[in-house]
Design a protein around this ligand. Structure first.
Ligand SMILES: [Zn+2]
Length: 346
């Protein structure tokens, strides 16, 4: 019987299990057990009996398992599937007890080893993976082949780990892909100037969004309260307000900067953050000025300042909503503005 099951990719959101940032000692222990020494932020990788293998921890803090991936060119393009393998009795038993799952997907053999597997102290990752390797060898997969999986010509002595995948890729293929990466992430004078201009202009839009939201909300609240003494506002709505205003403000700034190509790496993120901060402060000043204007005929810096102060100190929940909205706007502006790292696509 073949073990045909789904797999839990480290970056998948669904499926119950999730990748957790393990402390180094746990990852180190897995690496030591499998005698693999490559290290990535949340994975260990290396050759396990010749096969390129990577392990990432999955599960809860107290209970954890491991998601193991093994690469071989024959897993690519569905040239081999799980049905081909006469998985040994031990692996089949483990799968039946739902201690593990084995599948071939997206060019990789995935072995999910669940926390329930490690509950039995006599179970070991190494022993289990030895069984897997034996079965791979038994169908004739060559573990000693160090030919680059991409050009199939050069030798790739060292393995590479990128975007949650281990790869056997030669220096030439890597240079080619890194070249594509750096071209996409290149910062040009035009790009940086464009990012700056987009940031400054979008700060005004963001400020208008911020002030506009609070003005509309003020009218809305007055309308709800028009002939009532008491209105109950669920806390979900209270938090929701912060999200709406944060997304509107930060999104305006971030999306504008994001449209500029070759905008630089850290620079664009910094511009996004600075302009996000400017938009919120500007928007708050405009909103306070609007409040002053509708309450009195006389306008002075002192009244303006006091109105602003009362916005931030009259009630705790209101202040918290503003703080949350500010932080959200800043993070969203920064995150949208900074260029995304292009994966190697292993
Ligand atoms: Zn190559």
């Amino acid at each position: 019987m073949a073990v045909v099951l789904g797999h839990d990719e480290p970056h998948s959101d669904g499926g119950g299990l999730f990748l957790v940032q393990k402390n180094l000692s746990e990852l180190d222990a897995i690496g030591a057990e499998l005698a693999i020494s490559g290290k990535a932020p949340s994975a260990v990788y290396g050759r396990f009996r010749g096969f390129p293998l990577a392990a990432t921890p999955i599960g809860e803090k107290s209970e954890y398992g491991v998601l193991v991936q093994i690469r071989h060119p024959l897993f690519e393009g569905e040239r081999l599937d799980e049905e081909v393998f006469p998985w040994c009795e031990y692996l089949n038993q483990c799968a039946e007890k739902e201690l593990i799952k084995i599948s071939i997907d997206d060019g990789i053999l995935w072995i999910s080893i669940y926390p329930s597997f490690t509950k039995n102290p006599s179970n070991s990752y190494k022993e289990l993976l030895n069984c897997v390797v034996e079965d791979l060898l038994s169908v004739g997969l060559d573990s000693a082949d160090k030919t680059c999986h991409y050009c199939k010509i050069e030798t790739a002595e060292e393995l590479t780990y990128d975007e949650g995948r281990v790869g056997q890729i030669c220096d030439d293929c890597m240079a080619e892909r890194r070249g594509v990466q750096s071209a996409e992430r290149r910062a040009t004078t035009l790009g940086t100037a464009g990012a700056l201009l987009a940031g400054v202009l979008s700060s005004f839009v963001g400020a208008a969004m911020w002030a506009g939201y609070w003005i509309v909300e003020t009218y809305f609240i007055e309308w709800i309260w028009r002939d009532r003494d008491d209105v109950f506002i669920p806390s979900i709505i209270t938090c929701g307000r912060a999200v709406v205003v944060g997304v509107l403000t930060g999104g305006s700034v971030g999306i504008a900067i994001r449209m500029i190509p070759n905008r630089g790496d850290k620079f664009a993120g910094g511009v996004g953050l600075a302009c996000g901060i400017a938009a919120t402060i500007g928007g708050e000043l405009v909103f306070a000025a609007w409040l002053v204007a509708r309450q009195s005929d006389y306008f002075s810096a002192e009244i303006w300042f006091n109105t602003l102060l009362s916005l931030w100190s009259s009630d705790f929940i209101g202040t918290m909503v503003r703080v949350l909205a500010l932080l959200l706007a800043w993070v969203i502006a920064w995150d949208l503005a900074k260029p995304k790292v292009t994966p190697l696509g292993l």
